[in-house]
Design a protein around this ligand. Structure first.
Ligand code: ADP
Length: 453
């Protein structure tokens, strides 16, 4: 470290014998007090001075001590104490005996002052201390001159006092620490108790959730079993019914055949009634069989690249026969080419036929329309009508088996068409949704992936 001190020192003194150490310590503290260092810092710099003085007396036989005030690079004032050794420092170096000494001051090391190597220590003067103008410095000097140097014994007494004060402070800090520790331990106990309580509650909740899941698993297993036996029952019963019902229809046809014995008008009407009831029954049985098959997962998809235009043409042809009301127009919009989709053509045809048929059944005037468009990786089919419409609270129910909107049943049907259609659409990897309001018609939306299920 190098640096030129202010021209005129605040104080100068010599270190030659043991007693000088006490004087340097005491004067150092006084200088620190005069320039405005706080009490603690006064003791710190005085202690550092006496330690360094003891070192130098032992190694180089003494030193000349000078105190200055200097403006530092940080714009703040520093109290400097230079100890110029009476004989050169070994290797021009200085290392305090106790490493702790350098922590008492801001800097401690060797510096060259006017060609002489000195040991220099510095401590920053607090910002609120009076600015050391030349007048103030002159005042400092005369003040220091007025203070008579005390004896070594006085300094020892002062040093003892400082030691006691420092000890007191350490003790009170230790007491504060003990209180803080106690508080911390208390808080820890509280946190631990809370943690334990929370853990217990969590475990309790977990046990509840686990039990609930077990119950849920059991219930869904029961439901699955019930649904499977229902499908099995439906399939068996329908299958068993189909043969006799077909036989009844056949017999009815035989009875009314022109080759058979003629029937009276009344007999003819009754046989016709039996035949049409049997036909309804066969229809129901067939639908039940279809649904049971779809539910039991026994439908195998036959995927192919389907061109929608011929499929739509076919639908237009077959459904025209069902559109018997002149007030209702059936519109099947030609999809814009190319209209390709990977799906099961037969199942898609069944779904659309079913929806169009429903539209025709429940529309008294206006139109039933089918249109399709592709958006991204999905095809959407819309079957809309200008018919009765369906109240929002029934939008889910109409997809339940056998559900028919009250009052709308006069047009016939089984209540199995929509649940079946939704099953098929799900199998095809898509969704079947409805938007409708009473009196405003209905639109069924079928959305299918372009690339197949
Ligand atoms: P079904 O038509 O054989 O009765 P569905 O499952 O196809 O059975 O339909 C269930 C019910 O949903 C129908 O009975 C009818 O009340 C109602 N519904 C279906 N489609 C329409 C529609 N387009 N407009 C008004 N109501 C409809």
């Amino acid at each position: 470290m190098t640096g030129e001190p202010a021209a005129q020192p605040l104080l100068q003194m010599a270190l030659r014998v043991e007693q000088d150490i006490f004087v340097i310590r005491q004067r150092g503290r006084e200088v620190a007090a005069v320039v405005g260092l706080e009490r603690q810092d006064q003791v710190r710099i005085a202690t550092a001075l006496s330690e360094v003085a003891r070192d130098l007396l032992g190694t180089v036989g003494g030193a000349d001590v000078t105190f200055h005030i200097d403006a530092g690079a940080d714009g703040r004032y520093h109290l400097l104490a230079d100890l110029a050794p009476v004989t050169p420092l070994p290797d021009g170096q200085y290392q305090p005996q106790s490493g702790a000494v350098s922590r008492l001051v801001d800097t401690l090391g060797v510096a060259t002052v006017e060609g002489v190597t000195v040991v220099r220590m510095s401590r920053r003067v607090p910002a609120n201390a009076p600015i050391p103008t030349p007048e103030r410095l002159a005042e400092f000097r005369s003040e220091l001159g007025r203070i008579a140097p005390a004896s070594a014994l006085d300094e020892l007494t002062a040093q003892n006092g400082q030691l006691i004060a420092a000890l007191d402070e350490v003790r009170s800090q230790r007491d504060e620490l003990a209180v803080l520790n106690e508080e911390l331990a208390e808080t820890n106990r509280g946190v631990l108790a809370l943690y334990n309580q929370l853990t217990e509650e969590l475990e309790e909740t977990n046990r509840g959730v686990v039990a609930l899941y077990a119950e849920l698993d059991e219930k869904s297993a029961q439901l699955r079993a019930a649904s499977e036996s229902k499908s099995r029952f439906l399939a068996n019963v329908s299958h068993e019914l189909r043969a006799p019902v077909t036989a009844i229809i056949g017999l009815g046809r035989l009875l009314t055949d022109s080759a058979s014995d003629p029937l009276t008008d009344e007999q003819g009407r009754q046989v016709e009634l039996i035949r049409s009831s049997a036909a309804d029954l066969l229809n129901l049985v067939n639908e039940l069989l279809d649904l049971a098959k779809a539910e039991s997962g026994r439908i195998e998809l036959d995927l192919s690249d389907v061109d929608l235009r011929p499929l739509f043409g076919q639908l237009r042809g077959t459904l025209r026969a069902l559109a018997t009301r002149p007030e209702v127009e059936l519109v099947v919009e030609e999809p814009s080419a190319p209209a390709l989709l990977r799906t099961d053509e037969v199942l898609l045809g069944q779904v659309l036929r079913n929806l169009l048929h429903n539209g025709l059944k429940f529309t008294e005037r206006g139109e039933v329309r089918l249109r399709a468009h592709q958006q991204g990786d999905r095809w959407t089919f819309e079957v809309s009508d200008t018919g009765l419409g369906i109240a929002p609270e029934l939008h889910d129910r109409i997809f339940e088996e056998f559900y028919q909107v009250p009052g709308a049943t006069r047009v016939g049907g089984t209540g199995l068409g929509l649940p079946y259609a939704r099953r098929l659409v799900t199998l095809l990897g898509g969704t079947l949704e409805l938007t409708s309001e009473p009196g405003r018609g209905s639109t069924f939306h079928v959305s299918l992936p372009v690339g197949g299920a």
